[in-house]
Design a protein around this ligand. Structure first.
Ligand code: NDP
Length: 352
């Protein structure tokens, strides 16, 4: 059987917002399998902001297939323990097919081998979202790092997105007040009406400091930082004594050019003498990575998967995905996500 692959390669480090010119599609015939190999067909690919701040910002990435988490189906196997039809959670990047071995890793991390997806947990796409990286990130940041308590006010930015939508709902599950910040009335209505947030403020309406103060009348106990920049500036005056600010990310900085750079959230909060929580304070407040990497021996990670899956099954936790189809959708969907055009977890589906 001849299989033709299409994959997307970075051709230049984007200057500011990525454009289609920073990428090219490479078409190639997949090689015959050797013993110990299996042929994977990508079924789901997750697109995430870290691809811009990490891989695409690094000149060494030029010429390489863009990285990314995947769920793939084994369509041919010469690999013991893996059979045709198995679903594999891996890290195959922006491509339709790949060749793998049982020793392949996720995130190039020796502690994170590829895994079979247990379909009883949820649909395969959730392995890359709410039951994968972004769900774990929300769980770790809010429950383990910030240690949310009932009655507290939690503010989360990029609230309708992959991480933010989970953070607000976990805050509610734990008895806290959940206030989102999102771009536009539709995203804000989704957070309150569909997900049960107590309030959601549209930062694009042009009145964020006053609107946020009204939505958080008792101040802010936890600010789950996803955005940075002007959104962080609006939150800072509302932070209560004893507040916690887990810095998950700061997407408003990722496309800035050298001359546009502004202080990171960590630098801003330190300058204000405010507490910044986490294990990796030099770049971000915390990373899902340490948490997931330890999953084999880390009971909290097992708890996270079990909790998230059970909350979905019982209807306490909802999720929304922003799905586009096929390899040609990767670049526009990624650029769209960086511009706020996604509505939920950004995913690429590869159908027959
Ligand atoms: P989202 O699904 O939230 O998508 C990105 C969203 O960011 C957009 O939809 C847009 O929402 C918002 N956004 C984009 N530009 C701006 C801007 N200039 N100002 C304000 N909002 C903006 O992405 P994720 O949930 O995957 O990621 C959210 C954050 O979490 C990112 O900073 C990411 O780097 C970080 N992250 C960190 C991890 C960790 O381990 N620490 C793991 C996963 C994610 P809107 O329309 O509302 O503006």
């Amino acid at each position: 059987m001849t299989v033709t692959n299409r994959r997307i390669v970075l051709t230049s480090v984007p200057a500011g917002v990525p454009t289609a010119d920073d990428f090219e599609v490479v078409t190639e015939t997949m090689p015959a399998l050797a013993d110990g190999q299996m042929l994977l067909r990508t079924r789901w690919l997750t697109l995430d902001p870290y691809m811009r701040s990490g891989f695409m910002a690094n000149p060494d990435s030029v010429g390489s297939t863009v990285i990314g988490g995947t769920v793939s189906e084994v369509i041919e196997s010469r690999c013991t323990g893996w059979s045709e039809g198995d679903f594999v959670v891996g890290y195959c990047g922006w491509q339709a097919y790949s060749v793998a071995t049982a020793d392949d890793l996720q995130w190039n991390s020796a502690d994170m081998p590829i895994q079979k997806w247990d379909g009883n947990l949820g649909p395969a796409s959730t392995a890359l979202g709410i039951l994968g990286m972004t769900g774990y990130t929300a769980y770790e940041g809010l429950l383990n790092v910030a240690n949310v308590k009932a009655g507290e006010t939690v503010v989360v930015s990029a609230a309708s997105g992959a991480v933010g939508q989970v953070v607000g709902q976990l805050a509610k599950i734990k008895g806290a007040r959940a206030v989102g910040i999102a771009g536009g009335p539709a995203k804000c209505a989704f957070c309150t009406d569909e997900l049960g947030f107590d309030a959601c403020v549209d930062y694009k309406a042009g009145n964020l400091p006053a609107d946020l103060a009204a939505a958080a009348p008792d101040g802010v106990d936890i600010y789950f930082e996803n955005v940075g920049g002007d959104v962080l500036e609006a939150v800072i005056p509302l932070l209560n004594e004893g507040c916690r600010v887990p810095i998950c990310g700061y997407i408003s900085h990722y496309n800035l050019t050298e001359g546009e750079r502004r202080p990171t959230p960590l630098q801003r909060l330190k300058a204000e003498g405010l507490p910044v929580l986490g294990k990796d304070g030099s770049t971000q407040g915390f990373s899902f990575f340490a948490f997931m990497r330890l999953s084999a021996s880390h009971p909290e990670a097992e708890d996270a998967l079990t909790d998230l899956s059970n909350w979905i099954k019982s209807g306490k936790l909802k999720y929304r995905e922003s799905v586009s189809d096929g390899i040609d959708a990767c670049v526009p969907a990624f650029i769209g996500m960086m511009n706020g055009e996604n509505f939920g977890k950004t995913m690429i589906r590869f159908d027959d």
